[in-house]
Design a protein around this ligand. Structure first.
Ligand SMILES: [Zn+2]
Ligand SMILES: [Zn+2]
Ligand SMILES: [Zn+2]
Ligand SMILES: [Zn+2]
Length: 388
């Protein structure tokens, strides 16, 4: 009987510790923007591996459903230990199942377990979301939730939002409406209690320097890219458009094109990824904010220039050549490509070209990677030389 009481006392959630740990993480990870770039934190923890269910499924060859059921014991996310002091976080990143805000919160929650050292303070090898089995786990869940809330939307920052409304808080911190409502309620309660409650409205002194550096950024979010559409009830459904993204020159190469992009048409790299509902989340968090656009000339379906000639500004274009400067005005595969020798010497070689007509931003052929005629003839600049 007495033992049980003692036990209960010991496993009371430590809110103060959870909150201060969240601020320490923000400080040490050198984070200064809202919404919090969560992978900036993840990538700074050397002993941590974070994989989506899809990535884990690809890695070990079991279905995503089995990753959720057997490994994570949850359809949201989980944290576990492996090897010597190694930590793994698994999370469901499928935006046709979970809203982006919810996925962000799940990741922050799992990071909470990590930084609050839960995996090492329990006998359980996996801590899963929504599968509370005992009091200890329940305490850990409450602490991790509190950590996540204070990591993504610290109370004293929420207090600065004008107007202090759910939609505004949700947008500024990229957290769900539910979390935003909870955050606002806490701030209002704190104000009513003279700022003395747990979510007090003044940052700790050691955090004030960091506090002053923070700024809010408008985060790009193009759910239409992956074909996520919201209906009237504000629920979303997938429509699966095919988006190809190049991680080298950071541009969207194509939207909804049936074409197979072997090579990036802007930089000729083969590091092209297809963005879909399974990997959009990581793309959104890590890449979407830094997408670049390159000069695009207007062409018709046959690759024929529709704008004025970029070399001589002649506006009257007919046939296949500019009538003033004589440049070829059809963008197609030229078959030419650079060969770089070991000593750094570059030589242009020509192979039979593949007859592919190209788009108005294409410096390279998507099929064979050779230079486009626009690029060879100087109508389009090298992607690295574009001014940004
Ligand atoms: Zn948890
Ligand atoms: Zn590229
Ligand atoms: Zn011309
Ligand atoms: Zn080609």
């Amino acid at each position: 009987m007495i033992k049980l009481l003692k036990m209960k006392e010991k496993i009371k959630p430590n809110f103060k510790f959870a909150k201060e740990t969240a601020y320490k993480v923000l400080k040490e990870a050198n984070i200064h923007t809202f919404p919090i770039p969560i992978f900036d934190i993840v990538n700074q923890v050397k002993t941590l591996k974070v994989l989506s269910y899809k990535e884990m499924s690809d890695l070990i060859g079991i279905s995503e459903g089995d990753v959720a059921k057997i490994l994570a014991l949850s359809d949201e996310g989980a944290i576990g230990t492996y090897g010597k002091n190694r930590i793994i976080i698994l999370y469901n990143s499928d935006i046709s199942e979970k809203m982006i805000e919810r996925i962000r919160f799940t990741l922050a929650h799992e990071l909470g377990h990590l930084f609050l050292d839960h995996p090492h303070s329990t006998q359980n090898s996996i801590l899963s979301r929504n599968s509370i089995t005992n009091l200890e786990n329940k305490t850990f869940e409450i602490e991790a939730d509190f950590f996540a809330k204070e990591l993504l939307a610290p109370s004293f920052f929420v207090n600065k939002i004008v107007p202090l409304e759910v939609s505004e808080v949700s947008k500024k911190f990229e957290i769900s409406n539910e979390s935003s409502k909870y955050a606002i309620e806490n701030v209002v309660k704190s104000i009513n209690y003279g700022g003395l409650r747990l979510n007090n409205l003044t940052p700790p002194t050691w955090f004030s320097e960091v506090f002053n550096k923070f700024k809010f950024i408008d985060r790009k979010r193009n759910l239409n890219l992956v074909g996520m559409t919201f209906d009237n009830e504000n629920t979303w459904y997938p429509t699966y458009k095919k988006i190809v993204y190049c991680s080298e020159c950071k541009t969207i190469i194509s939207i909804n094109s049936e074409e197979n992009h072997q090579y990036c048409t802007r930089c000729s790299s083969s590091k092209n990824i297809e963005i879909n509902e399974k990997n959009y989340f990581r793309f959104h968090e890590m890449e979407e904010q830094n997408i670049l656009n390159y000069t695009t000339l207007k062409v018709d379906n046959d690759g024929r220039l529709q704008d004025k000639c970029p070399i001589c500004e002649n506006e009257n274009l007919q046939n296949n050549y500019c009538s003033i400067c004589g440049v070829y005005i059809i963008n197609e595969c030229s078959g030419k490509h650079d060969v770089v020798y070991e000593n750094g010497y570059v030589e242009e070689e020509e192979s039979p070209h593949c007859d592919k007509k190209l788009g108005g931003a294409d410096r390279f052929c998507s099929m064979c990677g050779a230079k486009s005629s626009f690029f060879v003839n100087g109508l389009l600049k090298k992607w690295e030389d574009e001014p940004f």
